[in-house]
Design a protein around this ligand. Sequence first.
Ligand SMILES: [Zn+2]
Length: 126
Amino acid sequence: MRYSHQRELILKEVLSRKDHPTAEQICTSLREVCPRLSLGTVYRDLNTLVEIGKVRRVSIPGEADRFDAELGVHQNLFCRKCRKVVSLPISEDTLHNLVMSCPEVKVENYYLTVFGLCSDCARQEG
Ligand SMILES: [Zn+2]
């Protein structure tokens, strides 16, 4: 399979999912259509896709990187129980104003990762 075709497949897979998959999860589901796909290739292609700005990497300390096709400003929550990453509807203006109010630095980018429980797990814990 041609390299670029494979990368297209990986991009489509990330775009079709809302669950912030890891490289391994992407590899597992693509192996159904492409049984010889290697995890190393998926990692490489994902890195390229991040570099060219097609997907976003979500880094959680101590966790495998997640990949997100939603490029607009939004923040994520990492659920400590089910280890899911979900988008958080935090007002962009509020966060932007907060970050931009830091004195003496030039802010170019920022991500906020919130740690806690997703709505499903929060319900279960009561
Ligand atoms: Zn959860």
